[in-house]
Every structure is written in structure tokens, then in C-alpha cells.
Design a protein around this ligand. Structure first.
Ligand code: SF4
Length: 182
């Protein structure tokens, strides 16, 4: 029985890994590099990921290319939630991974999209070249190849737990500030 289930898992994982459909989603300069990845000299079609979709309901890969501001955060979350499971996320660019050059100077930029949605692959450069994005997709494909439902569940639970903890810290901070004011 185990052999049959493992074989089914393998076939499903390989099919998923080699037909990732990215959502068309770019918020700033990194998006230009993402577009270049589809062009003929990089040709992301070699890895089965050239079908960029306009609707999150038809996509299973979110390449978050560019800065995410607090105003944009609910939109990012909604798009992620509208994608069907199993879905994957690549954080493309230093800004997306941790705030990048805006970490110290901007009040409006989210310092890492993993504060909102779970991230599978981090690609922190400014900007990452198309070759780097292809490399990230290849790494994601390898991860998907080894995936199981249980592993995926663990990964998502970890993210939820981390979010809950950071919300708790945030609440504590707010309480301390309130007490200070009082
Ligand atoms: S990482 Fe660099 S290229 Fe990418 S969005 Fe930020 S500033 Fe632009």
C-alpha cells in the first residue's frame, strides 16, 4: 500500500512541479526582471512556468516581485487566499524579503511579506536577475518533488504559529504604549 501511495505522490508532485502557473503580480522594479524571465533569451517556458495567469483562481505560484506597502498588504493577502491549494510563494527581491533599502527609512513598507503570507523561497537581491528567478523556481520545483500533504501542513502550521506569536508581541507593545500614555 505504501509503495502505491508513494508512487501516486511522486507522480502528483512531478506534475505540479513542472507546470507551475504564476500569478501576474508585480508591485515595483523587481517586476521588470520577472517580465524579462519570460522573454525569449531566458525562456521560463523550459521549466513549464510561462503561463502567467491574470486570475489568482487559475494560479498556483505567487512570485511577489517588489515592495509591499501597508496599503498593499490586504490586497496581497486576498490574492493569496483566492489561489487554490496547493499554492507556493517566491519572495523576489530584498524589499519583499525584508524591506530592503526601505527598512530604516520608510514607515510604509512591510519588512518582509512573511509577516502576511507563508514564503517557500526567498530571493533577496536588488534586483534579482532573471537567471536567479529561474534558479529559485528550480529550487521550488525540487522542494515540491519531495513534498507530502503532512509536510505541507506542518509548514503552514508553523507560519500560522509564528504569525500568532508576533501578533501577541504586537498586542503587548500596544498595551505597554497605552500604559505609558496613561
Ligand atoms: S529589491 Fe531593488 S529592484 Fe526589487 S523592488 Fe526593491 S528596490 Fe526595486
Amino acid at each position: 500500500m505504501n509503495i502505491i501511495l508513494t508512487s501516486i505522490d511522486y507522480i502528483l508532485n512531478q506534475s505540479r512541479a513542472n507546470s507551475l502557473w504564476p500569478l501576474t503580480f508585480a508591485t515595483s522594479c523587481c517586476g521588470i526582471e520577472m517580465m524579462q524571465t519570460v522573454a525569449s533569451n531566458n525562456d521560463i517556458a523550459r521549466f513549464g512556468s510561462e503561463v502567467f495567469r491574470g486570475s489568482p483562481r487559475q494560479a498556483d505560484l505567487l512570485i511577489c516581485a517588489g515592495t509591499i506597502t501597508h496599503k498593499m498588504a490586504p490586497v496581497l493577502l486576498r490574492l493569496y487566499e483566492q489561489m487554490a491549494e496547493p499554492k507556493y510563494v517566491i519572495a523576489m527581491g530584498a524589499c519583499t524579503c525584508g524591506g530592503g533599502m526601505f527598512t530604516e527609512t520608510s514607515y510604509s513598507v512591510i519588512k518582509g511579506i512573511d509577516k502576511i503570507i507563508p514564503v517557500d523561497i526567498y530571493l533577496p537581491m536588488c534586483p534579482p536577475k532573471p537567471e536567479s528567478l529561474i534558479d529559485a523556481i528550480r529550487k521550488l520545483q525540487k522542494e515540491i518533488g519531495k513534498e507530502s500533504v503532512l509536510k505541507r501542513k506542518e509548514f503552514l502550521n508553523k507560519h500560522t504559529q509564528r504569525l500568532t506569536e508576533s501578533c501577541g508581541m504586537l498586542t503587548d507593545e500596544i498595551n505597554v504604549t497605552k500604559l505609558g500614555v496613561l
